[in-house]
Design a binder for this molecule. Structure first.
Ligand SMILES: C[S@@+](CC[C@H](N)C(=O)[O-])C[C@H]1O[C@@H](n2cnc3c(N)ncnc32)[C@H](O)[C@@H]1O
Length: 264
């Protein structure tokens, strides 16, 4: 029986990172991301100066850890820090584990958690968190806001969160201005036409681009103070903000004991 002409086409399967980032994608991820994101290594290198004021024994959350680039950038520079690598895709987490072992990052310094950040035990565990190229996979402001909040509610007071994602308003002149050289960069790295077509389809259909003002607003609503852009290349942006600091402890007056003396 043929389909009646007014039957709508079947809806596309919603994008599911745990399915998309399978063994095949995980094995190619580290080469592929560098073909599509020109400043990928610089972005991760920038984590070092951005986070260097953390305590020497800091515990850091890598949300959407993927193949471990954030931990690989930080662990050798800050030997007292420990990390929790959270990712929904088991194949990505497996590559992460192998790469960290090959880099000599001791297993005892990294806890691996397969799932969403919201599934991780609640509590202010972390001195800092990173979420690099994760938020743009989460569709819509409500879900994205919940995702950012699942991170900020696990941070200690005064802890920084570094976020990087694709951004922009898809119909804006700026978007069109930047997507052309971005694709030219992609092609210049030997990407086949077929891969370009597939990736472009994924980017335009499944990536949740948001104007910067909306991302900043979501980060503020998630509890970050004064989030600030520190990075941009083409349509990739990076922002840092921190949870509110605890109020300073009341200072003792210089004369010493704060209560008036009672002479006997
Ligand atoms: C593009 S990779 C980025 C990996 C790494 N952060 C980097 O900088 O290369 C995105 C990763 O986020 C994971 N991911 C997507 N949505 C997630 C979610 N809601 N919670 C945890 N991980 C998620 C995916 O499985 C994938 O491994």
């Amino acid at each position: 029986m043929s389909t009646p002409p007014d039957t709508p086409p079947p809806a596309a399967e919603p994008f599911a990172p745990e399915r998309y980032f399978d063994e095949r994608v995980a094995a190619r991820y580290d080469d592929g991301i560098r073909m599509s994101c020109p400043g990928y290594d610089s972005l991760h290198t920038m984590l070092v100066p951005l986070l260097q004021l953390l305590p020497t024994q800091a515990r850091v959350l890598s949300a959407g850890a993927g193949t471990g680039a954030e931990i690989l950038a930080l662990a050798p520079r800050f030997p007292g820090w420990t990390f929790v690598a959270i990712d929904v895709a088991p194949a990505m987490l497996e590559v992460c584990r192998r790469r960290l072992a090959a880099a000599g990052v001791a297993d005892g310094r990294v806890e691996y958690f397969c799932g969403r950040v919201a599934d991780y035990p609640e509590g202010a565990h972390f001195d800092a968190a990173t979420s690099i190229f994760v938020g743009h996979f989460i569709p819509g402001p409500a879900a994205k806001g919940r995702y950012f909040r699942s991170i900020t509610t696990r941070l200690k007071p005064g802890a920084p969160l570094v976020v990087a994602d694709l951004f922009g308003a898809k119909e804006s002149a700026e978007f069109l201005e930047l997507i052309r050289p971005w694709l030219a960069y992609y092609i210049s790295h030997g990407t086949t036409r077929e891969k370009l077509a597939n990736d472009l389809d994924l980017i335009l259909r499944d990536m949740d681009f948001m104007p910067e003002a909306d991302i900043l607003s979501l980060l503020r609503q998630a509890g970050l103070v004064a989030p600030l852009r520190f990075f941009q290349n083409f349509l990739f942006g990076g922002w840092i903000g921190q949870t509110p600091s605890p109020p300073p402890a009341p200072a003792l007056p210089e004369s010493g004991y704060p209560f008036s003396r009672v002479d006997s």
